[in-house]
Write a protein that binds this ligand. Structure first.
Ligand code: XIL
Length: 382
């Protein structure tokens, strides 16, 4: 399976690229000389620090981790104000057969969220990955019906109980696309061309007029040819959707960051966020994590570099009032997809999320707390 941070993880070049470029880092940049001071005042949890600024903080949670580890589940509920399904609402998990919807695990997560006072968020209704094999048998003639029925059934199932939906995930492939619009090859693109995006949003809006409908994508963060191309293609896509009154209401920025990536351009990112906001869209940071691949092994230094990447990034994005929520892709290094998808070349466990694998807050936690504490307060209307 190929996954994002799209370009580097897909090509498997992350560790490579950063190791090879180590000599090119300027003094003071992430992997060479991370800052020392991540002090935080007070005892508040991340969700409370976010809420104090009118923001929502939460994370991706999965059925296996939350149902099997009560200590983890307790921490998750304390730390988070929102839960997004990590895998349980992907087609592959939910639709083992064309005529079967298996809501067992996603319902468990929805109930966990409700019982613990967390908002609930669904991921995802149309994606090029994590699809069941039977989708390959669907004809062009039937495709619209299959997509619409799926979305209608799933969105209605959670109507009134869900904060937001990642309606379409990763539709843009940017520089990797052979198309001028940058669209990503996918079963839906093959079956319905780009109309699949309109169809998906319209079906979701019809099924639940209250849920916030999000277009979610990756590789939007850095000043690289890839990310620059993705930002531009995402802007074009959203403008086109808005101009045709397709009911997209927010952009989800996955934000799978890499601590060893030095091409962070605060001004460009800030400008992009302003352009999205000026279209009347909200913004959610939906899958934030920081890979430590390509950083030296020393744990203290590595934690500082990862923390610095969190704080630097969040301080830029939280400056934009249209940003309403920040979700990390998990809360503990014990359960992070990056252990499998971006492992370290030295074989050490990755240290990417706010809590360690034994559930203690680490510098990444401080960095996120500091960014929330320093964020401007949202006005009630945002
Ligand atoms: C990942 C999950 O975290 C893993 O457990 C699973 O094996 C693969 O998918 N972008 C996305 C998410 O939109 O769905 C991906 O989640 C991470 C990258």
């Amino acid at each position: 399976m190929t996954l994002s941070r799209r370009r580097t993880l897909q090509l498997g070049l992350g560790a490579f690229a950063s190791a090879g470029c180590a000599g090119m880092h300027n003094p003071g940049e992430a992997s060479n000389d991370p800052p020392q001071n991540f002090s935080v005042s007070g005892q508040m949890q991340l969700k409370q620090r976010a809420a104090a600024k009118g923001l929502i903080y939460g994370a991706a949670g999965s059925y296996p981790s939350l149902s099997q580890n009560p200590e983890y589940a307790k921490l998750f509920a304390q730390a988070c104000g929102i839960l997004v399904t990590e895998n349980e609402l992907k087609w592959l998990a939910l639709r083992p057969e064309p005529d079967c919807y298996d809501f067992t695990k996603s319902d468990w997560l929805a109930q966990f969220a409700q019982q613990n006072g967390l908002l609930f968020r669904g991921h995802t209704l149309a994606w090029n990955q994590a699809n069941p094999d039977w989708l390959k048998q669907v004809s062009r003639q039937d495709a619209e019906k299959v997509l619409t029925q799926h979305i209608s059934t799933v969105v209605k199932h959670y109507a009134g109980k869900i904060h937001s939906w990642d309606v379409v995930n990763e539709a843009i492939a940017g520089v990797l696309s052979e198309r001028s619009d940058g669209l990503q090859t996918s079963p839906w693109l093959a079956l319905l061309d780009k109309e699949y995006i309109d169809i998906a949003f319209r079906a979701a809006a019809a099924a639940d007029p209250k849920a916030l409908l999000v277009y979610n994508d990756t590789a939007l963060d850095y000043d690289t040819p890839e990310d620059n191309r993705t930002r531009s293609a995402v802007l074009d896509l959203l403008q086109s959707l808005k101009s045709r009154n397709v009911p997209v209401q927010a952009l989800g920025i996955q934000a799978h960051l890499e601590a060893a990536e030095t091409r962070f351009n605060a001004k460009k990112l800030r400008q992009f966020l302003s352009e999205i906001a000026s279209m009347g869209l909200k913004i959610l940071i939906t899958e934030l994590d920081v890979s430590d691949r390509g950083l030296p092994g020393d744990i203290a230094m590595r934690d500082r570099a990862v923390a610095h990447a969190y704080e630097e990034y969040l301080s830029v994005v939280l400056d934009e009032p249209a940003v309403i929520a920040v979700l990390t892709w998990g809360i503990s290094d014990r359960y992070t997809w990056l252990a499998d998808f971006a492992p370290r070349s030295d074989g050490q466990p990755v240290r990417t999320l706010p809590y360690t694998d034994d559930l203690r807050p680490k510098l990444a936690w401080n960095a996120i707390a500091r960014a929330f504490d320093g964020a401007p307060k949202r006005s009630a209307s945002i």
